[in-house]
Ligand binder design. Structure first.
Ligand code: SAH
Length: 218
């Protein structure tokens, strides 16, 4: 059995990470507080305790990655969260991004297409801490029509296009943060849904994500 310990050393490393994120332009204190409150090293293999607080992405199992802290902070800041917001996340992966959202007092519905990763969510260490975080095995392109509409949608994989069903599942005035393929990188977009079902688009900087693939795996 793995022993989970959040020592003073880890807390110190986390403080340094927060300084790095501030230097890189993250200004939303609610986002920074959430990152400061979550022991990111619990989301990685115990061999990577120290690396967990470097500002970089890291491989988890099944060829997938835990997003770089800066990317998590950036996407979360763009979401402009309010406590109680109902959020759909595509790409559960390590559950780190979903935990940041839950820590900020939102209701999170997260979907993963890889069976192995989904199965791991059953042993999630913070299950009781975040009762408002719910896990689903499925294809993110389909969303979760049963639970729609959502205030916000966040896609944490490289989308080949804006998934139309996810726009449908947004409330009017709701926002989607999505990195959309543009050559070998992705352009971060924030979409705001209009009453007639169309959306406004704001364009932000480029990032690099693992691909959003259709269908379930496993
Ligand atoms: N939010 C994650 C990032 C994981 S990387 C974290 O904080 O760790 C992206 C994840 O998206 C991978 O786990 C990948 O399997 C998943 N994914 C890719 N395409 C998907 C799809 N169509 N539906 C659901 N998940 C998908």
């Amino acid at each position: 059995m793995r022993k989970y310990e959040d020592t003073y050393r880890h807390k110190g490393l986390r403080k340094k990470l927060i300084d790095i994120l501030r230097d890189k332009g993250i200004t939303d204190n609610n986002v920074l507080d959430a990152i400061n409150n979550i022991p990111r090293h619990f989301f990685l293999d115990s061999a990577f305790d120290e690396i967990a607080y470097e500002d970089r992405a890291f491989p988890i199992s099944d060829g997938q990655t835990i997003s770089q802290p800066y990317t998590v902070a950036y996407q979360t800041q763009l979401l402009q969260l309010k406590p109680g917001d109902k959020i759909l996340e595509i790409g559960t992966g390590s559950i780190y991004q979903a935990s940041v959202l839950a820590e900020m007092g939102t209701k999170v519905f997260t979907i993963e297409r890889q069976k192995n990763l989904f199965e791991k969510t059953k042993q999630f260490i913070f299950k009781t801490k975040y009762p408002n975080l719910k896990f689903f095995y499925g294809d993110g392109f389909e969303g979760l029509p049963t639970y729609a509409p959502f205030d916000k949608v966040i896609i944490t994989a490289a989308a080949p296009f804006v998934p139309p069903k996810l726009i449908e599942q947004l409330k009017t005035g709701g926002k989607m943060i999505v990195p959309v393929d543009e050559g070998s990188l992705q352009r971060m977009l924030r979409l705001t849904k209009n009453a007639d079902g169309s959306y406004e688009e704001e364009v932000f900087q480029n990032f690099s994500f693992v691909p959003m693939l259709s269908g379930r795996n496993g």
